[in-house]
Write a protein that binds this ligand. Structure first.
Ligand code: FES
Ligand code: FE2
Length: 347
């Protein structure tokens, strides 16, 4: 048995909890309704989200500075969040604005909670989870498709009872498409044998099948930027799926805690004008249920795997994308842990 190595254990624990210094998808924008706070857990930390008077998403720790009641059970007042227990009001910077039960209370004006940067784009709210090494949020680097109006999209998000690493591994593994999803509307085509190719870039890598392109889920573009991880992949659509080009998926995964995550998939098609309306109608009427079926196949398989399946696995050539992704996450986690060891966790 290998001797216990505290640094290695800390690195492994950090990857399992979720890397910090990253932007994560928090929720669909439509789920954060004006006037209604929303409690969410990310990376084992409870946050409360709400919209201020301008409609901008605010996020602070979900913990009332008075006696710790969850602010997510409170109400939005004057753009701030008011605790349900005794009415203490906190603003989007985590500062106590008012203690209504006690005139001229000394707590007013005190910065009491951590606040988190948010960014709303393409129907979702992202939040920056800071690290000691990167306490300030860098600008959110959106996938080009999010900013290009030629792409029509639907966001689909779902909670999965599995560590986020399994969801990421699954996306870095195109070869599972023609097996796990062999009975599906879009992924039933192509050869069941191949080799994989890996092309690395400064911001991630492309893993693709060598002998097949444009038939099935044949490649994944895994984008690992300074402050976010997401993937891009195309699924060829049969003619029955209506007008428009390929079906593109942009995918993000968000660690909730060590055994839960949330997946976010933008299902996109570059299609404009009347054809866009036709596609959107077809998607809602017919295609969406089929895509859910495929996603459920992924969820069910991953949730059925042991939490420590990684300890006994035997990888082969097709897993080069999975290995590369893990190596990138490991390097990030090492850098975080070494920084915190050198400076202290609250530096
Ligand atoms: S616990 Fe929130 S106001 Fe008292
Ligand atoms: Fe899949």
């Amino acid at each position: 048995m290998k001797p216990f190595n505290p640094r290695r254990a800390a690195i492994e624990a950090r990857i399992n909890q979720g890397l910090r210094g990253q932007w994560y998808a928090a929720c669909a924008a439509a789920d954060l309704k004006p006037g209604k706070p929303l409690g969410l857990m990310l990376l084992g930390q409870k946050l409360v989200f709400w919209r201020n008077d301008a409609g901008t998403a605010m996020a602070v720790e979900d913990f009332c500075p008075h006696r710790g009641a969850p602010l997510s059970r409170g109400q939005v007042h004057e753009g701030h969040i008011a605790c349900r227990y005794h009415g203490v009001m906190v603003d989007g910077t985590g500062t106590i604005q008012r203690v209504p039960a006690m005139p001229e209370c000394a707590l007013e004006g005190r910065k009491a909670l951590k606040a988190f940067e948010t960014h709303e784009v393409c129907g979702a709210i992202f939040v920056y989870m800071p690290s000691p090494a990167s306490p300030a949020a860098p600008p959110f680097a959106a996938p080009a498709e999010f900013l290009d109006p030629a792409w029509a999209s639907f966001l689909c998000t779902s909670p999965w009872h599995v560590n986020y690493r399994y969801a990421l591994d699954n996306l870095a593994d195109p070869m599972h498409g023609c097996y796990l999803h062999a009975d599906s509307f879009t992924l039933a085509f192509g050869a069941k044998q191949d080799l994989m190719r890996l092309e690395t870039r400064n911001d991630g890598f492309l893993v693709s099948r060598i002998a097949q392109a444009g038939e099935n889920f044949d490649w994944t573009d895994m984008v690992v930027t300074e402050a976010s991880v997401y993937c891009r992949l195309d699924i060829p659509y049969p003619a029955a799926a209506g007008p428009g080009g390929v079906f593109r998926i942009i995918g993000y995964t968000t660690p909730v805690d060590e055994t839960h995550c949330r997946v976010f998939f933008w299902r996109m098609r570059k299609v404009e004008g009347l054809a866009r309306d036709v596609w959107r109608f077809l998607y809602r009427a017919k295609l969406e249920a089929r895509h859910w079926h495929v996603l459920e196949q992924d969820r069910e398989m991953l949730e059925a795997m042991d939490d420590d399946a990684r300890q006994r696995e035997m990888l082969y050539q097709h897993d080069i994308g999975v290995s590369k992704l893990r190596q990138l996450l490991l390097n990030r986690a090492k850098a975080e842990i070494d920084f915190e060891t050198a400076t202290g966790p609250e530096a």
